[in-house]
Design a protein around this ligand. Structure first.
Ligand SMILES: [Zn+2]
Length: 411
């Protein structure tokens, strides 16, 4: 079994934490921002130093490839994203890019024989923080999203300065050729290492998450409609308060969903309130409901629950609609088994798990065999500055990645 350089990983974590450092321990590194471009240049510099050939595709996804010993074989890809949410941490996404760089560097430095070309990848705009949707560029090249719609995506924060994703892409200097996209002819596998972003590995005292897929999910929008009236003149018994009705609907949903298997997760994270004025009784509320589970039968039950939501709460009408849904994604069984085997051979504790969040590997898995490795997140925190994975935990995960890549290479 081979091992990566712990010092090399430490150096990369520290170096990349500077691009977009927000001064409070974390980073804000929106895709294609000046900070993200600095991170890309650092990636390119380090990969050029080991003799990798670097190309970008039309969505600015970056591919750094070292040649294999056998001509004509497809590439094995590994990587993740280098962008972050606002005031995010130093590990989400970038640790997978660091893993890819460290894997290639170790193979070159130690002259480890390998037949296939090996490619380190940076996926563009995974978070979709400035330009929605999330997983935009892997989604476009894997046929999930329409490219024209992605290019037209308007920045949602002042940092975008009114630009679309397409304008930011053109200005970035990283837009390449469509023919450079990852594709099933030139690539044979893709491995993504990522922090777990949840508390399970830490709680179970396991070093490695062997990820067998991404849970199915759906997102509903639920509306309540009442009557706007004056807050001072309308007696309580006369009111049709859409916010009160939304609160009742949310309580009802929780009571019903809690009768389903305990490992279902559901969230109301967004709410729109009209007119949102402190002297007016709200007349229209819309809130989100995000529901996730591995088992399609459980998701179907959750859907039945939504469909039997009462049509009225607190004298307000209740309606609902689906915003989007995603079927569960099952990763390639052979690759999953290779990750499990590599972890075992390295003497690491591991457990099989599903991913709750979506990841670029999920879209890629529709195109070629793909899988993921999870490493622990301290206290389960992610998408925040407290996000932390220890150097030893990162090193273990990256060692599994290195040996999994070499096992794929032997197949
Ligand atoms: Zn991520």
């Amino acid at each position: 079994m081979y091992q990566c350089s712990k010092a090399g990983i430490k150096d990369k974590i520290e170096t990349f934490s500077r691009f977009g450092a927000a001064g409070r321990g974390g980073i804000t590194r929106f895709s294609l921002s000046a900070e993200a471009i600095a991170a890309r240049k650092e990636f390119a510099k380090r990969m050029a130093a080991i003799g990798a050939e670097i190309i970008t595709d039309d969505m600015a996804n970056m591919y750094a490839t070292i040649a294999g010993s056998e001509a004509g074989l497809p590439r094995i890809a590994t990587g993740s994203h280098a962008d972050s949410v606002r005031n995010g941490g130093n590990y989400d996404g970038i640790l997978g890019v660091i893993s890819a760089m460290e894997t290639l560097e170790t193979i070159v430095r130690e002259k480890i024989p390998h037949r296939h070309p090996l490619t380190a990848v940076i996926w563009t705009n995974e978070e979709g923080s400035l330009y929605p949707p999330a997983m935009m560029s892997s989604g476009v090249i894997c046929g999930k999203f329409d490219k024209a719609a992605a290019l037209a995506s308007k920045g949602v924060s002042p940092e975008a300065e009114g630009r679309t994703f397409g304008e930011a892409l053109a200005a970035s200097g990283f837009a390449g050729d469509e023919k450079n996209r990852l594709n099933p002819e030139e690539y044979c596998a893709m491995l993504e290492l990522h922090i777990e972003q949840g508390p399970v590995l830490e709680a179970e005292k396991k070093q490695i998450g062997v990820v067998d897929g991404v849970v199915g999910m759906f997102n509903y929008r639920i509306q309540t409609r009442g009557q706007a009236d004056h807050a001072g003149t309308t007696p309580m018994s006369f009111r049709k308060d859409a916010l009160l009705a939304a609160a009742s609907a949310i309580k009802w949903i929780h009571a019903e969903m809690d009768t389903l298997p305990r490992d279902i997760v559901y969230t109301t994270g967004e709410i729109k309130l009209h007119p949102n004025v402190h002297t007016v009784i709200p007349d229209e509320v819309e809130f989100s409901l995000d529901v996730r589970h591995w088992d399609p039968a459980v998701l179907a039950k959750a859907l039945e629950t939504i469909q039997k939501i009462p049509s009225e709460f607190d004298k307000c009408a209740v309606t609902y609609r689906e915003a989007w849904s995603r079927k569960r994604c099952e990763f390639d069984r052979e690759l999953v088994a290779l990750v499990e085997r590599s972890a075992g051979e390295l003497g690491y504790s591991s457990m099989l798990m599903h991913s709750g969040p979506g990841h670029d590997a999920q879209y890629v898995s529709d195109m070629l065999p793909a899988t993921m490795i999870f490493v622990p997140s301290k206290d389960g925190h992610s998408h925040c500055e407290e996000e932390f994975t220890s150097l030893d935990e990162a090193w273990a995960g990256i060692n599994v990645a290195l040996n999994t890549i070499l096992a794929i290479d032997k197949k």
